[in-house]
Design a protein around this ligand. Structure first.
Ligand code: CP
Length: 317
């Protein structure tokens, strides 16, 4: 297995099966620290730079919380408009990153342009973590989700997945790449205009992913061990910021996971994931049911970022 020290985390297409399990092992070692709300000194000599060109609640703050839990330091920006990349100068990723690499030891970047963290990694002499790039990928979120499944179910192989939402979404791309390394059939349910592209499907076939598409969650939910949901009512991920200007639509029943649907059709031990934020695709009365695991997912978001930071900074082997 390749060492994680000094490595960029840009895509789950780069991940080998053994690397997933190694990251889960390190995360399990980090979990007691987060659970007991302690801060330790594992990364006390290190600084994280957060470069967020697009809004975020979870990804930025989970990375920052993870760094604090491990005794490290954090600098960064959460709004591109406060930087020279967001004003008259429109400073390039290269020029920005050639500064940021002297301000810390690892960069986590979210950007509205697909491939921006890859461009940053080309110029940075320190590791770059992709915190979500346009419609591209969101590797740390899906590592969090897989770890949640692993903790909840005790395994990944042999579980049947149902993914519901906008298949252009970066999480869906990382999920599909990740599941190529496991024995996990998956059914995708999305509006036709948000379905997987032919190009992406061809790529998944090359990796032997066992996948199919369905039109309505009712056609696939009964078989699913893991149900992963994303909104179909959502902003344009290729913009730095997409304000809500008026009424937004409601989620059609085809892409909605209701309490009634879970009670009447889902396996009693299936688990329901949502990386959040949500619209109305999972009504709040689902929160307190035996299926929901999105709050565990939120906790694991910190745990997984602790593991990744410790690994890429060489504090854990
Ligand atoms: N799940 C996720 O990426 O959330 P944020 O956009 O709040 O970071």
């Amino acid at each position: 297995m390749r060492s994680f020290a000094g490595r960029d985390i840009l895509s789950l297409k780069d991940f080998e099966r053994s690397e997933f399990f190694h990251v889960f092992e390190v995360a399990a070692q980090m979990e007691p620290i987060a659970r007991s709300r302690r801060n330790v000194d594992l990364l006390k000599e290190k600084t994280l730079v957060t470069a967020f060109y697009q809004p975020s609640t979870r990804t930025r703050l989970a990375h920052e919380a993870a760094m604090h839990r491990l005794g490290g330091h954090v600098v960064g920006f959460a709004d591109v408009k406060t930087t020279r990349a967001g004003d008259f100068y429109q400073e390039s990723i290269k020029d920005t990153v050639k500064m940021l690499e002297f301000y810390g030891d690892v960069i986590v970047m979210r950007h509205y342009q697909q491939g921006a963290p890859h461009e940053a990694a080309k110029w940075a002499s320190i590791p770059v973590i992709n915190g979500g790039d346009g419609w591209g990928e969101h590797p740390t979120q899906i590592l969090t989700d897989l770890y949640t499944v692993y903790r909840e179910k005790g395994r990944i192989d042999g579980l049947k997945w149902l993914a519901v939402g906008d298949m252009r979404m970066r999480t869906m791309h990382s999920l599909a790449y990740a599941l190529t390394q496991f024995d996990c059939p998956i059914t995708f349910v999305s509006p036709p205009e948000m379905s997987l592209t032919e190009e992406f499907k061809a790529e998944l076939r090359q990796y032997s992913l066992n996948f199919r598409a369905a039109e309505h969650v009712e056609q696939a939910i009964a078989d699913a061990d893991v149900i992963l949901v994303e909104p179909v009512v959502q902003p344009d991920y290729t913009k730095a910021r997409d304000e809500r200007t008026g009424e937004v639509g409601l989620t059609p029943p085809n892409y909605k996971i209701t309490r009634e649907l879970l009670e009447t059709k889902a396996k009693s031990d299936a688990i329901l994931l949502h990386s959040l934020p949500r619209m109305d695709e999972i009504p709040t009365d689902v929160d307190i049911t035996r299926w929901s695991r999105y709050w565990q997912e939120a906790f694991n978001g910190v745990v997984m970022r602790m593991a990744l930071l410790a690994l890429v900074l060489g504090a854990m082997e």
